[in-house]
Design a protein around this ligand. Structure first.
Ligand code: A3P
Length: 279
């Protein structure tokens, strides 16, 4: 199972999807000023957000742009050339750590939406994902997965290091962060924030249309078309707080201590609303 993951610059990636050649080719990726970039740690709402932006762009431009839910770092380097043929605005998404984002996204001041989710639900969602995706190793128990999650021995590395890296480099001019839990609890106002950030001004009616097309149920129903056989893996529960069904008291304390160490009192740490969602 070990060979299902590869290491690049100290971080693990799924070897079926990622390669050194593509990482190197990404260094010269040509971003465009009007790209919309979604950045997420895995399981933090990537597919949800891509679909939201897709619907927003479709409604705003009255068009039907390509829906591409694969990460920019997946596939052969040749796939990257295909991005140059895509019409603007392009919706691009990645799980890459801040350091590995192609520099041209910053040079072109591309708007970047960072989607965050509380670490405990992230871990549980990731555990199920690992066990349902052939491309990722399987775990015989939650406890074993938890240990690797904490040690950063999972695809895309350690959750807290990922978030801290964005925290340290957060630029309010070009970046916005949104919380999975906030989207769940106040969807219309989250959608409004996202649309304003990307200057896709939408009427209330249009926001409601986007909301109905991107609800968990509607996305799950469409998942045969959007994700083929993998649909059930990507649309599992879509809830807040499933961690309570998995975490032991001790595991919960380990994550609480890491939150304290890495994120307490920081801008993104505050945004996580940790006490509300992780206690
Ligand atoms: P769960 O495993 O907790 O159900 P990603 O797209 O980054 O892989 O994230 C997957 C997680 O987002 C899964 O969490 C999935 O169910 C949830 N999700 C996907 N679409 C959603 C939606 N429209 N509303 C709420 N949650 C959604």
């Amino acid at each position: 199972a070990e060979d299902l993951l590869m290491s690049y610059k100290g971080i693990l990636y799924p070897s079926i999807l990622c390669s050194v050649e593509t990482f190197q080719a990404l260094e010269t990726f040509k971003a465009r000023g009007d790209d919309l970039l979604v950045v997420t740690y895995p399981k933090n709402g990537t597919n949800w957000t891509i679909q939201i932006l897709h619907e927003m762009v479709s409604v705003f431009h009255n068009s039907d742009p390509l829906l591409d839910a694969t990460m920019i770092e997946f596939g052969d380097p040749e796939i990257l050339a295909g991005f140059e043929d895509r019409p603007s605005p392009r919706i691009i998404s990645t799980h890459l750590n801040f350091k590995n984002i192609p520099k041209s996204f910053f040079q072109k001041k591309v708007k970047i939406l960072l989607v965050l989710r509380n670490p405990k639900d992230t871990a549980v969602s990731f555990y199920h994902f690992y066990n349902s995706l052939p491309a990722l190793p399987s775990y015989t128990s939650w406890d074993l997965f938890f240990n690797d999650f904490i040690d950063g021995k999972v695809s895309y590395g350690q959750y807290f290091e990922y978030v801290v890296d964005w925290e340290k480099n957060f630029n309010d001019e070009t970046m916005m962060a949104i919380l999975f839990e906030e989207m769940k609890e106040d969807f219309p106002s989250s959608l409004k924030k996202i649309s304003e950030f990307f200057q896709l001004s939408l009427s209330e009616e249009q926001i409601n249309l986007v909301a109905s097309r991107t609800s968990f149920n509607s996305m799950k129903e469409k998942s045969d078309n959007t994700h083929g056989k993998l649909g059930d893996s990507f649309f599992r529960k879509g809830e807040i707080g499933d961690w309570k069904n998995y975490f032991t008291e001790e595991q919960s304390k380990v994550v609480d201590a890491m939150f304290q160490k890495y994120l307490a009192g920081t801008k993104l740490g505050n945004m996580l609303n940790y006490d509300k969602y992780c206690k």
